[in-house]
Design a protein around this ligand. Structure first.
Ligand code: FAD
Length: 716
């Protein structure tokens, strides 16, 4: 048996990855690179979209006004800003077309360069005569940005551009190549000219301030030199964004000040370009510290190996937070996708399709050179030889993070699982969807009234968030989702019961919100059986509080047990099988083995157990990555892990939800909108966000559920 050990070192790895002299510089560079990437990935897309919206709106308003009063449009083209070499009628047509089509394309980020050039030309033709030179130049610079650099990440060009270029659309490939060449060759000189212009404006503004504010003037002179040279250009541009409203870089015109801020923001977030000292220095630093390069995985053979088992919320957070750490990361999962479990019940009740809430793990790590993904089910851990076992295949580790989550538990009644499935994986959700939809189909097909009643009775066991959401969604599907589609049965008469062993639903929420959830469910027709325990479940129904309820479809949302991680390590666990971990989330006696998320048990919530929630797993993952990074860098360990509770949310149907943030408690439609926004924001991948938002919007307006597919056979 061979242990999965690293490949031979790649000569590109250069100097050893760690030495006393290089650590502080390397750490500083890594921190700076992280900051730059956060700016580029987080703030730049938003700024870019805001600028496009701003540029588009003025044109759009003017276009609408002219289109609705064509005589005025003709008059303006003939007398206000005539183009000597063009017939006024043609000029009016062209102008209005650009003013109406340009903004739409610019906002969508579709053929952005094609839209930006005529908009720039029109702006200059129309306003050159009567607007100050500064204003015209600012507009030219902004449209120039889009003509040369194209739209940012929130645009159709960036999303579908590569795909379109690879289609059979005539000229698509040469046009795409041409655009890329424009950015590559014209981008650096454009950015240089832009910086020099900004520098001169800052310099002139400094001159104007010398008497009144000598310190401000000195800062402006230094800033202008730095921006011009492209030295520390990002932070200087950022500082100037703040200073623009204070210094007179232009005539005191609010729109001009905004345009300056937009241009400076673009330089701050996208960088000064290749023709700058920052780029020259950055390249030489990378030559000096080759370990800072994003090297291919095979070149990292001499670096410590961090193995993360489980690509759920915790595992992903840990792997991502190690992206610039001096180590190799291997992320192992038994599935090839990361699953957004909070929306599983929507797949189970035919609101969403599986692909909307699952994202291929490899795609998420496409750009993280130090990480590799292994598909496999881990079956054990050998702490003596420091390996995890994927069946027979051992994978060696220096640091191990166990993030294998939990699965549903039946309180010692595992025999209930086949008749009362729970929700944990995609297969569970599609299985529940099959049972649910088949129950209606079989009810339609039977002539036996008693059997029909059994088929149209649905029991959900467990009144926590999953049970509440599942029961509400089943009731809504029955009431609204299938109206007028059956001829023998009326789906709206389906009987949905929710059994909860405690006196109230959502026991972790405040009582007022539990009551609000109960009212919302009852309004949907769900019968609540509170303070009642399930004593038996079989194919014919359930026994609750000594009484049998005939039901062909029972779903389980009552208990969870942790993955067998504690068994693999033969370590101490709580009653739910969660591995007990220390203050730094390492396993006692195994300092290099950590456990996070649903599979771990810690009291890091101010002395209380950390809840089994996605944010807890994410926070644990990020924390463990910090511990590992500090060990790799030889730094002191961070303070013990502390879970910060961000709040709890649960939804009931299409209008109601409850939200508890401690300082704010909400129920009703406001909580529902909040719930929707939060879930869309936290989904992995833009495609999934758009797909889910669209599906919800469609279902919201039409009551239709788009994914009512019975797959995997015709047996319930
Ligand atoms: C139906 C449902 C609804 C929920 N709703 C919410 C909610 O609204 N809000 C909220 O905050 N939390 C919610 N949760 C809880 C939340 O999803 C979990 O707390 C969170 O997923 C825990 O993250 P994790 O990384 O510990 O484990 P998981 O996200 O479960 O990930 C575990 C990963 O490990 C992999 N794995 C497991 N065993 C092995 C193995 N042997 N070998 C290889 N890979 C393995 C799995 O495939 C999985 O990818 C919900 C959970 C469920 C089931």
């Amino acid at each position: 048996m061979t242990v999965d050990r690293p490949a031979p070192a790649d000569p590109r790895a250069g100097a050893p990855w760690r030495s006393r002299a290089t650590i502080p510089v390397a750490r500083g560079l890594a921190a700076w690179r992280d900051l730059v990437r956060i700016g580029e990935a987080g703030a730049f897309p938003v700024l870019d979209l805001a600028i496009r919206l701003g540029l588009a709106q003025a044109f759009w308003v003017s276009g609408i006004v002219k289109a609705s009063d064509w005589n005025a449009a003709l008059f303006l083209a003939a007398h206000e800003y005539p183009v000597p070499w063009m017939n006024p009628v043609l000029a009016a047509w062209l102008g209005v077309t650009v003013e109406l089509a340009g903004p739409v394309l610019l906002v969508l980020g579709l053929a952005t360069r094609f839209a930006a050039v005529p908009m720039l030309a029109l702006a200059l033709v129309v306003q050159y005569a009567y607007l100050p030179l500064d204003t015209n130049l600012l507009q030219a610079a902004l449209f120039g940005w889009y003509a040369v650099m194209g739209a940012g990440p929130i645009s159709l060009d960036r999303r579908i551009g590569r795909g379109v270029a690879a289609t059979a659309v005539p000229l698509a490939r040469p046009v795409a190549r041409g655009f890329a060449a424009v950015t590559r060759f014209a981008g650096p000189p454009y950015l240089l000219v832009l910086r020099l212009w900004i520098a001169s404006a800052v310099f002139v503004a400094g001159l104007a301030m010398t008497d009144a504010a000598p310190l401000g003037a000195a800062a402006a002179f230094v800033g202008s030199v730095l921006v011009g040279l492209g030295l520390a250009a990002r932070p200087v541009a950022l500082a100037l964004v703040v200073l623009v409203p204070m210094i007179e870089m232009t005539t005191p015109h609010p729109a001009d000040a905004l345009a300056w801020m937009a241009l400076l923001g673009l330089v701050a977030l996208r960088g000064p370009g290749a023709l700058s000292l920052d780029t020259v220095i950055g390249r030489s630093l990378l030559r000096r510290f080759p370990a800072m390069r994003d090297m291919p995985f095979s070149a990292l053979a001499d670096r410590p190996h961090v193995v993360i088992v489980g690509a759920g919320f915790g595992g992903l957070a840990a792997a991502r937070a190690l992206r610039h750490a001096p180590c190799r990361v291997t992320l192992i999962d038994r599935h090839n996708h990361h699953l957004f479990q909070p929306l599983l019940y929507q797949v189970a009740t035919a609101s969403l399709s599986p692909a909307d809430i699952a994202t291929p793990i490899r795609g998420l790590f496409r750009d993280q050179a130090n990480a590799r993904i292994l598909l496999g089910r881990v079956t054990g851990v050998d702490t003596v030889n420091r390996t995890v076992l994927i069946g027979e295949q051992p994978v060696g580790y220096d640091h191990l993070v166990l993030a294998t989550g939990a699965r549903h538990g039946y309180f010692g009644h595992d025999e209930w699982e086949p008749v009362a499935p729970g929700l944990k994986q995609i297969e569970d959700a599609t299985g529940i969807r099959r049972r649910l939809l088949l129950a209606f189909e079989h009810a339609e097909g039977t002539a036996d009234a008693a059997r029909r009643l059994e088929l149209m009775t649905f029991v959900v066991v467990g009144g926590g968030p999953t049970g509440v959401e599942l029961a509400g969604s089943i009731a809504e599907l029955a009431r609204h989702g299938m109206a007028r589609e059956f001829r023998t049965i009326e789906p709206a008469f389906a009987h949905v019961l929710l059994v909860q062993s405690g006196p109230r639903l959502l026991p972790t929420f405040p009582e007022t919100l539990s009551a609000a959830a109960a009212r919302a469910l009852e309004a949907l027709g769900v019968e609540l059986l509170l303070d009642r325990t399930v004593e038996a479940i079989d194919e014919a129904g359930v026994v609750v509080g000594g009484k049998r309820i005939a039901a062909r479809t029972v779903f389980w949302a009552a208990g969870v047990v942790a993955s067998p991680a504690a068994k693999w390590l033969q370590a101490e666990a709580d009653r739910a099988g969660r591995l007990k971990v220390g203050p730094d989330l390492s396993v006692p006696g195994q300092p290099d083995v950590f456990a996070i998320g649903d599979t771990a048990w810690s009291e890091a919530w101010d002395g209380k157990p950390v809840p089994g929630l996605a944010p807890a797993a994410k926070q644990g993952g990020a924390y463990v990555a910090r511990v590992i990074r500090s060990r790799l860098d030889g730094r002191p360990a961070p303070a013990p892990f502390r879970y910060r509770h961000l709040g709890s949310l649960a939804t009931i149907g299409r209008r109601e939800a409850v939200a508890d943030f401690g300082w704010l408690r909400l129920s009703g439609p406001a909580a529902w909108w909040l719930w929707g926004a939060v879930h869309i924001a936290f989904l992995a991948g833009t495609r999934n966000r758009i797909a889910v938002a669209f599906d919800w919007f469609w279902a919201y307006l039409t009551f239709r559920r788009s994914t009512r597919l019975i797959t995997g056979g015709d047996q319930g």
